[in-house]
Design a protein around this ligand. Structure first.
Ligand SMILES: [Zn+2]
Length: 319
């Protein structure tokens, strides 16, 4: 069958120069902490875990430019894979997702504590003491298709509650279905149900689409209000979507990996489509038909650029 994949995407917004933030004030490059001097949560907004996901850099840069400061507790702003981001090339935008490896698969002790070396492992070891201190984390990402924005969390009740309190974007997707390695939001302190630390990962939309930039800004401001960092009145002038629909939680039931390099969807799905009937063919992995396992199955983050061994799709249903 012929390959079906979305066409290339234009870069619709300007991305900031983040090198002025290189020095930081925490001893960790590209990480700044603002301390209110009052008790409260330590809240962090993290950008560019993937170097070509520009919307987070826009949102964090805006927080710096507006001189946003916490009314209580601490606010930390960071640019994770700044080396990949600083190499972003609009003529070749897919290649700067990472330098050596995926920064968002390293968050297991046996890798962080190992003698292995990569650009991303070195950076993860720099940032680990920061994530060890943070109470509430927002990690800003974007996607390969023009999916509506969605938030991912691991599936702990505390994280679902944090998403619902943030209230944006409209869909929150939780469930312990994941491929090799761990994301920052699954790093041990956040996954430990005996504490009240929370982490959520927002996927704001297609990497370079302007709606994605707006979703990153809206999510960031709503998160800061929800976590008690700033007042609603301070956020309001910067919000694009004034009255978003109520948040909806979807439970991830399955993660689908490509077993071959010939994985093809039968339609150019963008994500968050609901497939009505169980047994509907949604893709072929070489000769093998991939079908929906239940009625009203929601497709989450289809990956049209997969190769063998990569995740190509999550399946979810409303809770
Ligand atoms: Zn990402």
């Amino acid at each position: 069958m012929p390959p079906i994949s979305p066409s290339e995407y234009p870069i619709e917004f300007a991305w900031p120069d983040i090198t002025p933030y290189a020095e930081g004030n925490t001893g960790v490059p590209y990480v700044h902490t603002f301390d209110s001097g009052k008790p409260g949560r330590h809240v962090m907004v993290n950008a560019v875990t993937h170097g070509n996901e520009l919307c987070g850099a826009v949102a964090v840069d805006l927080l710096f430019k507006l001189r946003i400061r916490p009314k209580q507790g601490k606010l930390t702003l960071g640019f994770a894979n700044y080396e990949a981001y600083n190499n972003f090339d609009p003529a070749n935008p897919w290649v700067t997702r990472q330098i050596d490896e995926n920064f968002n698969r390293l968050w297991v002790e046996h890798r962080l504590d190992s003698a292995e070396d990569s650009v991303e492992l070195r950076r993860a070891r720099q940032m680990r003491p920061i994530f060890d201190q943070v109470d509430d984390l927002l990690d800003i990402h974007s996607m390969s298709t023009t999916s509506p924005p969605l938030t991912l969390f691991w599936g702990n009740q505390k994280e679902q509650e944090a998403y619902l309190r943030t209230g944006y974007p409209t869909y929150g997707v939780g469930g312990p279905v994941h491929d090799a390695g761990k994301r920052i939001i699954e790093y041990t302190p956040f996954n430990d149900t005996s504490n009240d630390k929370t982490a959520q990962l927002v996927e704001c939309g297609q990497h370079w689409a302007d709606y994605t930039r707006k979703a990153a800004i809206d999510t960031t401001f709503r998160f800061l209000v929800a976590m008690g960092v700033i007042d609603q009145a301070e956020a309001d002038p910067h919000l694009y979507e004034r009255n978003p629909p109520a948040p909806t939680v979807l439970e991830v039931t399955d993660g689908i990996m490509a077993k071959t390099d010939k994985f093809q969807f039968v339609q150019p799905f963008i994500g968050l489509e609901t497939i009505a009937d169980v047994g509907t063919v949604i893709a072929f992995d070489d000769e093998e038909a991939i079908t929906t396992p239940y009625d009203n199955c929601v497709l989450v983050m289809p990956n049209h650029r997969s190769s063998k061994g990569q995740r190509v799709l999550r399946l979810a249903r409303p809770v």
